[in-house]
Design a protein around this ligand. Structure first.
Ligand code: NAP
Ligand code: ZN
Ligand code: ZN
Length: 346
């Protein structure tokens, strides 16, 4: 076991504080990663606050991890000391079920092993990226291409793949009108990726405060959802809407913005259920879908795509002592556009 420094929430709702945790010995197929940067995802906040139900404490959040390999187990073939690597939301899965075999490890029939707030196959709690080092099986470790610096690459490990996967699956591309709902961590990556896939991109944000940024990141249009005229103007406008909103929203109203046969994909996970009038999908033969991160191979594909297209995240780099303040700012939709912790300050 190796003792490493980390930031943890000792109990639900508690502030995060500096502590130490134990990392397992580097096993045959493991890599030891010296963490350089860790992004703050809104999911970290939902889980620390037990907004999605009972959680494992103490909790070291963080599933947007970028770092450098500093030791490898004897059976490791894909990585060497010095390689630039990333770890996302999952660190293990059964490897045998239909979904694991199809590269959908996030939907493993036995349940994926989360990077934190989970129990590993050894029965021990997993601890995430707000820490100095992590031990991960090489199969669940991603390669960060040279074209991406590690700080702006970290948020791709969750935010990046969470938007890339549905945009690809539902054919965002030339000739397609795509709306990104919410311009936070996921949303701003949604704009950047949809633009690079060739779609006509519209941002639907609560206000016009971030309009200039949205247009710079690749959006063609930007509207405020606080303005009723937005909905009158955009009725039936979109082939695809990707919702990244972390709070409950009026699905019926947003479904009315789809063309006939359009798809509303939800990736935001509010803490309360939302209502739906089924007429909203029956009329216009619309589809309401969900999407959850991405599998390992798809995450690598996304990293390669982002490197090729110069598509890192827009970040605010913070020191670890600022994590609690950053959480408050995320909750107030006041982040431009992902907080990333400099792990050297842990
Ligand atoms: P974030 O940075 O806080 O962005 C969420 C955005 O939603 C905000 O910037 C804001 O955009 C909008 N929003 C917030 N409250 C709102 C409200 N009351 N009404 C309307 N819009 C509101 O969060 P994130 O890290 O991108 O995560 C977003 C959600 O996705 C979270 O629920 C997170 O848990 C979930 N998530 C899901 C997956 C998955 O695999 N499905 C992966 C990662 C995260 P504007 O300021 O532009 O209005
Ligand atoms: Zn996340
Ligand atoms: Zn499986």
């Amino acid at each position: 076991m190796t003792t490493v420094a980390a930031y943890a929430a000792p109990a639900a709702q508690a502030r995060l504080e500096r502590t130490t945790i134990e990392r397992r010995e580097v096993g045959e197929f493991d890599v030891l990663i010296d963490i350089k940067f860790a992004g703050i995802c809104h999911t970290d906040i939902h889980q620390v606050r037990e907004g999605w139900g009972e959680a494992v404490f103490p909790m070291v959040p963080g599933h947007e991890i970028a770092g450098v390999v500093c030791e490898v187990g004897p059976g490791v073939t894909r990585f060497a000391v010095g390689d630039r690597v990333g770890v996302g939301c999952l660190v293990d899965s059964c490897r045998e079920c239909e979904n694991c075999k199809a590269g959908l490890e996030q939907h493993c029939a036995q349940g994926m092993v989360g990077t934190y707030n989970a129990l590993g196959k050894d029965g021990e709690p997993t601890y995430g990226g707000y820490s100095e080092k992590i031990v991960v099986d090489e199969k669940y470790t991603l390669r960060i291409p040279d074209g991406l610096s590690l700080d702006v690459a970290a948020p791709l490990l969750c935010a990046g793949v969470t938007v890339y996967s549905p945009l690809k699956r539902w054919n965002a591309g030339p000739g397609k009108k795509v709306a990104i709902l919410g311009m936070g961590g996921l949303g701003h990556m949604g704009v950047k990726v949809a633009y690079r896939l060739g779609a006509e991109v519209t941002v639907l944000s609560q206000s016009l405060r971030k309009q200039e940024d949205g247009l710079k990141l690749g959006a063609d249009h930007y509207y405020a959802t606080s303005d009723q005229e937005t909905f009158e103007k955009l009725g039936g406008a979109f082939d695809l809407i990707l919702s990244t909103v972390s709070a409950p929203l009026d699905l019926d109203t947003y479904l009315s913005l789809l063309k006939t046969g359009g798809v509303f994909v939800n990736v935001g996970v509010p803490e309360e259920p939302v209502g739906l009038n089924l007429f909203s999908v029956v009329g216009g033969r619309k589809a309401l879908a969900g999407s959850f991160i991405g599998g390992i191979q798809e995450t690598q594909e996304m990293l390669d795509f982002c490197a090729e297209h110069g598509c890192g995240a827009e970040i605010e780099l913070i020191s670890a002592s600022e994590i609690n303040d950053a959480y408050e700012r995320v909750l107030a939709s006041d982040v431009r556009y992902r907080f990333v912790i400099d792990a050297a300050t842990i």
